[in-house]
Design a protein around this ligand. Sequence first.
Ligand code: NAD
Ligand code: G6P
Ligand code: MN
Length: 443
Amino acid sequence: MNREKQRIVIVGGGSTYTAGIVTMLLENMDLFPIESIKLYDNNEERQRKIAEACAIIVKELHPEVAFSYTTDPKTAFTNVDFAMAQIRVGLYAMREKDEKIPLKYGVIGQETCGPGGIAYGLRTIGPLIEIIDFMEKFSPNAWLLNYSNPAAIVAEACRVLRPNSRVINICDMPVCLEEIFGRILGINSRKKFDVRYYGLNHFGWWTSIKDKDGKDLMPELKKYCLEHGYEEYTPQGQHKESSWLETMRAAKELIKIEPETLPNTYLKYYLMGDETVEHSDHNYTRANEIMDRREKDTFAECERIIAAGSAKDTSFASSEHAQFIVELACALAFNTQERFLLIVKNNGAIENFDPDAMVEIPCIVGKDGVEPLSIGKIPTFQKGLMEQQVASEKLAVEAWIDNSYQKLWQSFAMNKTVPSIGVAKLILDEMIEANQKYWPILK
Ligand code: NAD
Ligand code: G6P
Ligand code: MN
């Protein structure tokens, strides 16, 4: 295979995922050869620790790859083929507020769903659009592969504000769940499946899973799901902490209301809100778990690598979360025509759904970009839920553009996680206080 070497910038270089992504890139060099990797972040100190450890990893695995890091947009975005974005605007301290403020009012507190997701969206739209503009200014032919959350709202903002930009929004949850399906069935790669899936980001359903001989695997998966949800008893996979296992188990309930399909786990927050709130620790949420574990462990491991001057025996490993990103980049760079679930403009793919909604559906990806597959008509249950959620996401983006308090209130009130306009307003007013540094001033 004679493939041209690619130049990458990882945006959000200080992310807890960066070392895993760099490792994954280096382990896939035969598939996706690399000339240079740059890290870019707007937080110099946070990025430096990650970057110094990554420099050692690169030197040990592939010293021929040019590695650098910067906080200067021009240096970062000049001479790149791909920007891979994983920013978290407001860091974990703000995720904690996104989770805890709604919980005070008995509402789901979640990174990407409900009022927390909307608040995170309003922080992220401006910086993400700025990143697109940097890329277009300094490397007009590059692609932005965005997996920063909240991906649904970010994707809608891209559709409205930068409709012609080379941006692809993608989520790892379907990938991770398909890997789980594989382990449940004893099939060692999700690449051996042909799947049909539709919905919104963090809000969708599998309608068909077949093997390459056309054998229908749904009956066995549904049966398993009814008994265990998606909990599987192997050490593999990204979502293994107890809070995630609880979410995996919830699929067992979600499938009952719509037994024709397999649900995305995130539907729990919309369809099982009351019991999820009841079982949440309002004083110690997922953000606390991560700050106490993943974030601490990541920086401690970087410090260990830097002090040792070597990454031998490192705990950083290339993760499932990362693998699909290189496959997507490959499809664009080398025209593989592979199929991915992407967040794209509906444009008729779901026949009986808003053509201007951003939906998550299978797409073929090649050198010329993304070609969504046709889904046809969807049933009333899913359609109704999706319409409400899309309206909430659209109102959030409109609120950001128009600096509109009223629209943001409507966005909160429209969300299925929120019981009334009164509760929506209480949460909104507290969110405004908490997000002063990040949100536009609402009129
Ligand atoms: P993190 O806080 O560890 O890292 C995010 C980094 O982004 C930080 O170093 C921060 O300084 C940087 N950043 C913030 N604003 C920036 C800006 N304007 N320009 C450049 N850098 C900026 O967060 P994390 O847990 O590693 O997650 C990173 C992102 O990836 C989050 O949005 C998370 O939700 C997302 N994520 C997405 C998926 C998916 O499938 N879509 C999966 C996992 C994580
Ligand atoms: C899944 C989702 C991501 C989300 C992540 C959160 O992978 O697809 O969008 O960011 O979970 O995981 P965490 O470990 O940060 O709670
Ligand atoms: Mn996701």
